[in-house]
Structures are given as C-alpha cells and as structure tokens.
Design a protein. Structure first.
Lengths: 233, 378
C-alpha cells in the first residue's frame, strides 16, 4: 500500500504542476542546446587547431582537466562575480561550455592523431592537400571517438545544468532545489526523475546520430554474414 | 622519363646521409627495382620522387620538369603510389577509394564510374560484386588489387610501388606478381619498385638498382647483376645460389611445349584407349570442346573394354596450373609441391596453351648458363 501511495503522490504532483514542469523542462533543454552548439563551434575548432602541436595540446588539455576538477557550484560562484556575466543565462551557458572542453577537445585531438599513418601517407601520396586529408580522411575516421566525446559532454551538461538554478536559471534543477528547501519529497523526486530521463534521452539520441553519421566501413561487425559468405565463394 | 641528379638526403642527427649523391635515369615503360638491405636508402629514394620526402640537395626530373619546382599535390596526383600496407580508406567503399583522385580532378560522375569498373576488371575483381564493399570485407590480396587500381585511377604515366606485395602470403604474392607483369605488358607504365627481396627484384625488374648505405652499387639488367656483379657486396647480396636465382629470370614461355596431345570430352571414352596405346605417358590431359582444361585421367583409371562409365567418374582435377607469366622457379615449385613431372600452362580462361616439363627445364637451364655465364663453367 505504501508503495502505491508513494507513486500516486508523485503522479498527483506531476499532473497538478504540469505547466510549471513543462516550462522547466523546456528551459532546461534550451540551455543545453545553446551550450552544446557553442561548445561544438569552439571546441571542435580548438581540437583541430592543436592536432599537430604536441606542446600546445598538452597545455590546452591541462586547462581542460583543471576546469573539470573545479566543482560546478564553485565555478558558477566564480563566474557570477566576473563583470559582464553576473546572475544571467550568459554565466550558465559559459559554465557548461567550460565543462564540455575536456571531453570534446581531448577526443578530437586524440582521434585525429590516431589515424593509421599508412592511411595518412596514402592520402598524401595521392595528392590530397592538408585540408582535403583533414576533411575527407582524418575527420571521418575520427568521427566515432569525437561523437563519443560529444555524448559524454551532453550527458554531463544535463546534470550540471541543474546547478545553474543557483545563478538565476529556472529549470528542472529548480524542482530539486526548491523541494529540498521546502522538504517537499514529491517535488524533489519528480525533478530527479525528469533530469535522469532527459540524460537518458540525450544519450539515446546521440547513439542514433552516431549510427547515421559514422561510415558502415568503420563498424566492426563480425555477424555480417552476407559479405563474408560472398568472399568465400 | 625520370632523371635523378646528384640527390642527397641528410637527416639531422645522423652522421651518414640516407642517400649519397645519387644519379640515375629510369627509362620510359621500364620497371626499375630498387633493392638492398634495410636502411640502404631505397625507400627514401622512392619517396623523394613524389616529394613525400624532400631531398637535401640535387634535382629530380620527371619528363624534363624538376619535381622540386612543382606543386607537390599536383605532382602526386599524376604519380600512382602503392605502399606495402596499402592504406585503403576504411570509411570508403572500394568505389569511393578508387574514385578519389578522379573526383579531385573534377571528372564527370559517369566517366569516373566507367573508369572504376574498368580498373576493377583490369585487376581481376568483379565490379558488380566488389564496388560497394568496404575494405574490411576484402582479403589481403583483394585489398592489394584495389590499391593498385586506385593508383592507376587517372592513368598516371609513372607508378611508385613500395614493397607492394610484401604483406601477403607467398602464394598470393607470386600470383599478384604474375598478374602485375601481365598488366604491365598492356599498360607500359614507368615503374619504380622497392623491395628487399632479390628474387622479387629479379622477377619483376627490367633494371635493378642495388643500393648499400645510401650509395648506388650497381644499376643493371637482372642478367648482368647475376653474372657480372660489380663487387663483393653485390655478389653476396645476390647470393651464392645464383643458379637458382636464374630460375626467376627465365619465363616458362621459353620451355613451353605447345603441340601436346590431349583428349577432348566431346569424344567417346574409347579415345582414351587410343591415346594410351600410342603414347607412353602415364596421364592424359583432358580438355573440353573449347580446349579448356578439365582435368587428367591416369593410365590405370581407364575403364577396360567398352564400359558405360561416364567421363566424370574417371577425370581427376589437376592440382596445379601455371599462367604464361610464371617463371621457371614457379614451375619447379609447383612440380616439387605436387610431385608432377609436367604442369599445364593455361590462359586466364583456363584454355590450354601447352605444358612445361622437367626435362625441358633442365636442358634449358644448361643453355642459359652457356648464354650468360662466361665464368660459370669453372
């Protein structure tokens, strides 16, 4: 009986506050979309720019690791005190971009440098320019690892965005934060569940994106009997 | 076609230059093989021709134009390049791999498509079946063929090949070598070929450049290399088994017996009785009505009298056949491996050209020594 009551209470809260909850979910989503688009523009460029410069790469990745080790609530605290940022969406977005740095830049740098040197030599030997080698060969081959980095960054953003409520954002984090303040369990639980669902969804969508973008030639599939049978014949 | 002039390559931190003051000419339509122990500068030399490695000093002319004064990307688009690990692009299909340079040069789609199919045929792969496969679905030999097709895509006059058949098993290697020699007869490219295998060099090369510690020690025809080595290094490198190496040099067309008696399956089985009565041979080669080899029948397996047994029950498959481009070494290897006194030589479509037998090879090798080997008698 207790369990049923528990779920009924949660469902009840959800239905009663559906308007507020949809707004929060939407705001949460918008924040992440803005942050990931800007992150991609900035960090893909940085990753590509440092690919042939080991010294620079070490420095940049060092900064990324350092940012990653700063607790998010502290980082937001620092950002708020910076003139021009303050209690605004700008601070929230900027914080998320900083956290996306390490997973994206590191994966771009590592994967571009892991492309088989024979493939690189063949490409160069056929007369592809440096730019053509990058776009036609290196990036497509690095794509699975780059997408994995973006996936990590996105899932992390969904979680960290909840803390942005302390600097003025109103999103699913608000349910948790206010629930704690008011010791209102149903509110906390609804917030927590929705954040988890969103993280799960983002992860799922990225999986689909990966399947659509990555060349079938790069997927190691031992059960592909159609091609192996033909080879024997 | 290619002229290398006083080329030096020094790597920083190394005392001895990788290539020292190298000068040589490579003629049009020739296969020039660079051979030598590792670190002798053969690969460095090859890679300086398409500027994957830049020479420290000197000049390289292709068709009279100094490569160092050309845009390296444009230069490379006109030089076919095949490396040992092939370097097929795993994210692209066979078609896309071969079509890369044509696309860079803005070929029309249907021209490219035609060319890719033509190339796949040339290297012995069925276009329908292989065009849309990814490299991971190909065997080592098939990948190598795609690599060669890719290098030939825009029909460059020059090909650079860096140990192209080094990464496949010996059987496939010899097969690819034979196919490549047959192909070269048609396409007549100027080819620079690097290998560390002197047998391969002798088999493939019109001219062989032996290098040691960055120096060109001898640049000569395979015959001269075998019988008139310049110095002790060449002699050692060629090896004490020169007489065996000669086998790589002699093609089976010189010992091919063309008028051989066969039995055709469109005859009655009694034709076999007739064959064995008039010949001392232990086996009869059986062909179909189009002169294509189907197998052999041993003397003991011929049915006595007018048995009603069909051809199929007495024909045995022939364990080995040879293409026309094979060398005497290939022929002997097959004979020893399958314990045969003679091996049929067939065309691509399996039609019979003739037979190579052991006695003929033996007497021919004797003649060959007589021909080249002034010093070999003693």
């Amino acid at each position: 009986m207790f369990i049923i009551d528990f779920f009924l209470d949660i469902a009840n809260y959800f239905i009663k506050h559906i308007d507020k909850i949809s707004t929060y979910t939407f705001e949460h989503f918008v924040l992440i979309i803005i942050a990931i688009i800007l992150s991609l523009v900035i960090w893909l460029t940085v990753g590509i720019a440092i690919r042939n410069n080991l010294g620079l790469a070490k420095g940049v990745l060092g900064i990324g690791s350092f940012i990653m080790s700063v607790p998010s609530i502290a980082l937001y605290g620092i950002l708020v005190s910076v003139p021009g940022f303050g209690l605004s969406r700008r601070s929230a977005v900027f914080g998320l971009i900083l956290y996306a740095m390490l997973p994206i830049v590191r994966n771009v740098y590592v994967s571009l440098n892991q492309v088989d040197e024979n493939v690189m030599e063949a490409a160069k030997g056929m007369g592809l320019s440096t730019r053509q080698v990058l776009f036609k060969v290196q990036l497509p081959l690095a794509m699975p690892v780059i997408l994995a980095g973006i996936r990590v960054a996105l899932v992390m953003m969904v979680g960290i965005a909840t803390l942005a409520v302390y600097i003025g954002e109103r999103n699913l984090g608000s349910l948790i934060q206010q629930g704690i303040v008011r010791t209102y369990d149903d509110m906390i639980i609804v917030g927590a569940i929705l954040v988890s669902v969103m993280a799960f969804l983002v992860d799922y969508i990225m999986g689909k994106v990966q399947k659509a973008i990555v060349s079938p030639g790069l997927i190691t599939d031992t059960t592909d009997s159609s091609t192996s049978k033909r080879e024997v014949a | 076609m290619i002229k290398i002039e006083n080329v030096v390559k020094k790597y920083s931190g190394m005392e001895r230059p990788a290539v020292q003051n190298l000068s040589m000419d490579i003629g049009e339509g020739e296969i020039c093989v660079f051979v030598g122990p590792s670190g002798c500068g053969k690969t460095t030399t090859l890679k300086m021709i398409n500027r994957i490695i830049e020479p420290t000093s000197g000049a390289i002319y292709v068709n009279g134009v100094n490569v160092l004064k050309q845009n390296p990307d444009k230069l490379r688009q006109n030089i076919g390049y095949v490396i040992q690990q092939i370097g097929l692009f795993p994210h692209m299909t066979v078609y896309e791999n071969i079509a890369i340079v044509p696309k860079l040069l803005d070929w029309k789609d249907d021209t490219t498509k035609k060319r890719v199919d033509e190339l796949l045929e040339i290297v012995g792969l069925d276009p329908e079946e292989n065009r849309s496969k990814y490299p991971k679905a190909l065997s080592g030999g098939q990948r190598q063929r795609v690599g060669v097709a890719r290098a030939l895509a825009v029909n460059p006059p020059i090909m650079l090949m860096d140990e192209p058949f080094g990464a496949v098993d010996p059987v496939t290697r010899s097969q690819l070598q034979n196919e490549f020699l047959r192909l070269q007869k048609k396409i007549k490219k100027t080819i620079c070929f690097v290998t560390h295998d002197i047998d391969e060099a002798i088999k493939m090369g019109d001219r062989i450049a032996i290098m040691e510690q960055g120096n060109l020690v001898q640049y000569d025809s395979p015959e001269n290399l075998l019988f008139n080595p310049n110095n002790e290094f060449v002699e050692d490198f060629v090896g004490s088994d020169r007489s065996l190496k000669v086998l790589n040099l002699l093609r089976i067309d010189t010992v091919l017996k063309k008028d051989i008696k066969t039995v055709a399956t469109n005859n009655d089985i009694s034709a076999l009785h007739h064959f064995f009565e008039n010949n001392k041979k232990k086996r009869a080669i059986i062909v179909d009505e189009d002169n294509k080899v189907v197998g052999y029948v041993a003397r003991n397996d011929v049915p006595k009298g007018s048995s009603s047994k069909g051809w199929n029950s007495i024909i045995k498959p022939i364990p080995a056949t040879l293409p026309m481009q094979a060398t005497l070494r290939d022929a002997l290897a097959q004979m020893l491996q399958y314990d045969l006194g003679a091996v049929p030589v067939v065309e691509e479509d399996n039609s019979l050209l003739g037979v190579v037998d052991l006695d003929e090879i033996r007497s021919h090798i004797g003649e060959a020594y007589h021909e080249f080997g002034q010093d070999e008698a003693g």
